[in-house]
Design a protein around this ligand. Structure first.
Ligand code: VG1
Ligand code: CO
Length: 552
């Protein structure tokens, strides 16, 4: 009998008639409609630019997976064949291509990969009429910085060809090892390593004691990537009753839903928790598993408050028992965590929106926890925000404190005071109208200082600019801030993740000390600021919308 090595697959150079000029990555990777991604050569061109820009491709290891949305499987096939053409030595890919963003971050770090490609448009809807996305993470496991994504964009604009090999599709049904030419493909269960990491951070026995008892909980995976992770962690490992994980099977179109864990899009879960007494704890994650929403019985935890509570209670988790090096929040996130950091005597950094800005601070050991108002919290355990990590952290706090979420919040506010906070999103606004509104408001900023606003006066107004404390890079134009003389503020930004028209985000924050009224509805507590900014920025008039699409 004779054996022969598998034939080297044929490598092809595919020539392009004209390059694509619209592949500029936004806040979190390249995000476009599925239809745009289905144009011939569209995905391939972006991936070619990524492989030309990423260092260490020749001979390196790459992590690959996605949130399971429509297009995931095809993209994995294309990237594997292009990876082989570019000389990668190995790709680690998850079974069925299902890999959450935080799990991908963990694998990149653990397996010394040169980086990872995560196929997801995060919280945007999926399916043939929804969105698709490609996120590229670097060797630290985190989103690549602007210097990288800018270079990729420049490359796409002049690209003349891309390389790919012809090879049969590899089965991702079960773990195993395959080859495409001289490139190895290791198919692994994408959940195992993540569960192991969580066990190192939290005390599973104590959490299990809590949730095995009379502790009805509801976790909504929103038909997206966290279903298998939550099932394994909450039900199989920690003993939550069967049925605790809802919508737990990843679907290509997320059940025609919008996998964004907020009160609007996760309204079924919100109804269960806020309007009934059947559950003591509720949580949901987004499409790719990096966001989280936490609910208690008749209690919604604002994400900015969530970061503050985790910071104040961090030492209950074994991983943070020795205290925190420091914390960070994105600029529009409320200052609730700042007040806690001050009391703990640790540093608190303010960064632009987007997780990539936390990377340097985490790598330098300057911060342990960080978060964003957009339902994102995380720590130095990976370089992405991590939805299920936040869920376990909250359960750990409840297991320790043995009180309800509403009681935890009430205690927190009565000690630190309360930052009333809300975000108003105006989605799918005509691009011209949104930019017109933004540019006009930006032009007005210098003249606003000293003017009355919402019964107070404007102390300062600017467009937020950030100098990275580690690499000193400067990032400008990160959001218009109107700072009132009592510490309250309004921020206006244009989203960098939407795919239809433009999305205007208005962030409102006002602090009440612990001696003040801590139990108002935020929309009422902030009412004068809401009408103040609506008038000043002419929001209704310019968008033609009489109310926001989403209020958080
Ligand atoms: C939004 C959020 C931001 C978050 C980003 C990615 O960006 O506001 O805080 O980091 O989404 O989240 P924008 O530019 O639309 O405001 V995800 O879950 O896509 O990785
Ligand atoms: Co996400």
């Amino acid at each position: 009998m004779t054996t022969s090595a598998p034939a080297e697959p044929t490598k092809r150079q595919v020539r392009l008639e004209t390059p694509f000029t619209d592949q500029k990555p936004g806040t979190s990777g390249l995000r476009k409609s599925s239809k745009q991604f289905e144009q011939p050569h569209y995905l391939e061109c972006f991936i070619e630019a990524v492989f030309q820009t990423l260092s260490g491709v020749e001979g390196g290891t790459l992590v690959l997976g996605g949130d399971g949305r429509y297009g995931n499987r095809r993209a994995i096939d294309v990237i594997l064949r292009m990876g082989a053409a570019h000389g990668l030595s190995k790709v680690i890919v998850s079974t069925n291509g299902i890999l959450s963003t935080p799990a991908a971050s963990n694998l990149i770090r653990k397996r010394d990969a040169i980086g990872g490609i995560i196929l997801s448009a995060s919280h945007n809807p999926g399916g043939p009429d929804g969105d698709f996305g490609v996120k590229v993470n670097g060797p630290n496991g985190g989103p690549t910085p602007a210097s990288f994504t800018d270079a990729v964009f420049e490359c796409t604009k002049t690209l003349e060809q891309y390389s790919i090999v012809d090879a049969d599709q590899i089965s991702l049904d079960t773990p195993g090892e395959h080859v495409i030419g001289s490139m190895k493909v290791e198919v692994i269960d994408g959940v195992d390593d993540f569960v192991e990491l969580m066990q190192q951070l939290f005390d599973f026995d104590r959490i299990s004691d809590l949730i095995r008892g009379d502790f009805p909980l509801a976790f909504d995976a929103m038909h997206a990537v966290t279903g298998p992770y939550a099932q394994r962690l909450l039900v199989d490992r920690l003993g939550a009753p069967k049925g605790s994980v809802r919508n737990g099977i990843p679907l290509e179109d997320f059940g025609a839903g919008h996998p964004d864990p907020n009160l609007t899009y996760a309204h079924e879960l919100a109804d269960l928790l806020l309007n009934g007494d059947g559950y003591r704890f509720g949580a949901a994650c987004d499409g790719d598993g990096d966001r989280n929403m936490i609910l208690g019985n008749r209690c919604f935890v604002n994400p900015s408050d969530s970061l503050a509570v985790l910071t104040a209670n961090a030492t209950v988790a074994p991983a943070y028992a020795d205290g925190l090096a420091g914390v960070a929040r994105s600029m529009p996130t409320s200052s609730a965590v700042d007040v806690v950091a001050r009391e703990l005597g640790i540093a608190c950094f303010e960064t632009p929106t987007g997780w990539k800005f936390f990377g340097n601070l985490l790598d330098a050991g300057q911060i342990t926890l960080c978060g964003e108002e957009s339902f994102g919290t995380g720590s130095n355990h990976v370089r992405e925000k991590d939805g299920l990590w936040a869920v376990l952290f909250w359960l750990q706090i409840m297991a320790e404190r043995r009180c309800s979420i509403a009681e935890i919040m009430a205690k927190h506010w009565s000690h630190f005071g309360r930052h009333y906070y809300s975000r108003h999103d105006y989605e799918a606004v005509a691009s011209d109208a949104a930019h017109g509104l933004y540019d006009r408001l930006e032009g007005m900023l210098p003249s606003l200082v000293g003017q009355p606003f919402a019964g107070r006066s404007i102390g300062a107004a600017d467009n937020f600019s950030y100098t990275d404390p580690i690499d000193h890079s400067v990032t400008k134009g990160q959001g218009l801030r109107i700072l009132l003389n009592d510490g309250s503020r309004v921020v206006v930004r244009l989203s960098g993740t939407g795919t239809q028209g433009a999305t205007i985000r208005v962030y409102l924050e006002s602090y009440v000390p612990s001696s003040g009224d801590l139990n108002q509805d935020p929309q009422i507590a902030l009412a004068d600021m809401i009408s103040g900014i609506n008038g000043l920025a002419e929001i209704q008039k310019r968008t033609g919308m009489d109310r926001p699409t989403v209020i958080t």
